[in-house]
Ligand binder design. Structure first.
Ligand SMILES: *Cc1c(COP(=O)(O)O)cnc(C)c1O
Length: 121
């Protein structure tokens, strides 16, 4: 993802629709990190959350920090065609317990915590 073209695309969306993109999703292809410093700078300036697609960057670092840990969320895949597989599934990296609770709420069809359901994960 080219940070300059990213900003151009954001400006274009705002000019044409009056709306910002809901999220920025940089993809680490072949384990190569995205230009995360520049992308985060644009994202922070426009207050757009970054969701890192680190599926192909599992284990890769940028300036010593693991991919998937820079944005609001990071995503990994353990599908059958990945370096590390559980034959299916993946992982979502989030920054705190509140984010985890929100994600798990949506990931479980918005089931609520009743006394008779197990919501501990
Ligand atoms: C595999 C992959 C995904 C999707 O992972 P699934 O577990 O198949 O949903 C997303 N992004 C990239 C870059 C991938 O390589």
């Amino acid at each position: 993802m080219d940070p300059a073209l990213l900003e151009e695309a954001i400006k274009d969306r705002i000019a044409k629709t009056g709306k910002k993109p809901k999220a920025i999703v940089p993809v680490a292809l072949y384990g190569i990190p995205y230009k995360i410093d520049e992308i985060m700078e644009v994202a922070n300036r426009y207050e757009i959350p970054v969701i890192e697609d680190a599926a192909k960057g599992f284990g890769s670092k940028y300036k010593g920090q693991m991919l998937g840990t820079f944005g609001k969320y990071g995503e990994l895949s353990f599908n059958g065609n990945k370096m590390i597989t559980t034959s299916g599934g993946g992982a979502l990296i989030c920054q705190d317990d509140a984010a985890k609770q929100e994600i798990m709420f949506y990931a479980t069809q918005t089931r609520e915590a009743y006394p008779y359901t197990s919501t501990r994960r």
